[in-house]
Design a protein around this ligand. Sequence first.
Ligand code: AMP
Length: 277
Amino acid sequence: MQVLRTVSDLRRARSSMVGSVGFVPTMGYLHQGHLTLVRRARQENQRVVVSIFVNPMQFGPQEDLLHYPRDEERDRGLLEGEAVDVLFIPSVAEMYPAGYSTFVEVEEVTRRLEGASRPGHFRGVATVVAKLFNIVMPTRAYLGEKDAQQLLVVRRMVQDLNMDMAIVAVPTVREPDGLAMSSRNVYLSPEERRAATILWRALQLAQGLYSKGEKRGRSIRDQMVHLINSEPSAKVDYVNVADAETLEDLEEVKAPALASLAVWIGKTRLIDNIMLK
Ligand code: AMP
């Protein structure tokens, strides 16, 4: 595995690759969720490129940029084990040199949910992903359904900007008790880790209600909020049942609908979602 840190080195490596290139952008501190994306990319492409970049532009001023977990050595070992060809780890100065002034704004689908709770977040995501796609020029990029709105934003951007590549969505990888794997889970104390299962339990409640015939979006949301509030260390940021394509709130739920939530467990903000079937 080549570890490259500059755009020019990456471009040189890319120009010598023949056949399809699968790309997995990450912020590092890798877990089985990330590695599932990498394995899928490995199966479907001749070459695999993974990036690790904790993108300052997608963090708000009060968010966890400075504390975001990092362990480059461990990440390298894990990616070696997956037969990754190139690991791209640019510095912030390499991605945003002095004078940097160009940003990608995806409208509409960014207005709600994470976009509403984290102003500027998707501007940062779209900008860095557009840059990474322009640098790596992948045949296919692999993104997790864990970040369902991010997936919609990136798909929209690729379509709107005529980027010549495919976006492949990979289902969320969970711990045995249902908690979605996330680099941020490391912030949780043992007690908070137990409490964090409330996210998955609320999503399962939504699925159960929908399966039993409950079609009123507000009723599903209210019961999810009620369940989450029964967990003392959990605080709801948002709970939502929306059209899976537009993310418009649904009064009457019709599949494909996305139930999604953001919940604070102590000082850690976790997100998760489920497609109602
Ligand atoms: P991150 O490092 O958190 O920015 O995530 C990098 C990529 O991995 C994104 O496309 C995420 O959606 C995806 N990802 C993160 N956690 C999971 C998970 N538990 N299951 C599947 N994909 C995930």
